[in-house]
Design a protein around this ligand. Sequence first.
Ligand code: GLA
Length: 391
Amino acid sequence: MIANEVLAKFKEIYGEDGDIRVYFAPGRVNLIGEHTDYNGGHVFPCALTIGTYMAARKRNDRKLRFYSMNFEDLGVVESSLDAFTPDPDGLWINYPMGVMWAFEGRGMKLEQGLDIALFGNIPNGSGLSSSASLEVLTGLMLKDTFGFKDLSMIDLALIGQYSENNFNGCNCGIMDQFASAMGKKDHAIFLDTATLSFEYAPVILDGAKIVVTNSMVKHSLVTSAYNDRRNESAQALKDLQTVVDIKTLGDLTEEEFEAHKDAIKDEIARKRGKHAVYENQRTIKAVKALKDNDLATFGKLMNASHVSLRDDYETSCPEVDVLVDEAWKISGVIGSRITGGGFGGCTVSIVKDEAVEEFKEKLTAAYQEKVGKTPEFYVVSIGDGPSRKMC
Ligand code: GLA
């Protein structure tokens, strides 16, 4: 079991004494509702059974020591509770450091430093929220280790998002941290990001699987155009607010958008606004279709989501488009789209059991021929939220 391996590594590096605790927090895949979470819309992600593991122990001084089994060549990286400034090289420790900084900023003082060992089995840069899982994981570890009992899992998601926005410089929405913190086995989370009200919807895919395909094109949300998209959507909202009384783009139906869209002066901002409005409505329809057991409609909405992200929101990339185009050609594919922040990363597809092998073979052959790379496939299971692991 991975938790035991992380614990063993911790003991090897830092010694066996004291109260060493091990925790896990999952990554996520979003089924539909992309780039809606900072536009007051709905999202429909689910937590995965893969994620990040952490072993941690309090120290008697104010030092922080970090070790990741994913970046062994970095060795033990040292910092301190008195040195909360982001590492300029963007080291992974910026994520746990950011969460500690956010705890302190909320008056939850960390009186002692920590030794930390980590392992994640989410492929790095794949868009399956390795960073959000690390933020939620750090939050859970701090809550449990320092006894901040009043913090809810939603609080941990919000602290994670706050730290990512303000310490790591990515202006992300709440989806990833919420999906990691609130995951539930075999369910996706239908979340209204305007109010944070949510509902669990069972994902029963009779005779089909969720297949995540990694384009092996690493995305980087901070350096990518993610923050630009956010600003462009905000501009669309601002222009629309001159003609219609709305708080977010999620307040509009497609018809209302069409009636008022000329208020958005800039053509790019109009396209971004269109995506945000239509994608939110697609997400609402998709969840209804899933509840009605109408997987075909769910798949069509996934496909339409991809077209909109490709053409209007422009967060896809040619490599990912190859994977989606090839997937659409296979009759056993119910739906396929880019998932997550975009600019690389993964696609999510719903594939009939009997077509999974064909899916892998055809996508691999086409991708090798057209892109010159080999994609990776993960047939994923929907898992629970974070937990302490007893080992
Ligand atoms: C990233 C962000 C999320 C969300 C998605 C796009 O994963 O962290 O908040 O905006 O992109 O849907």
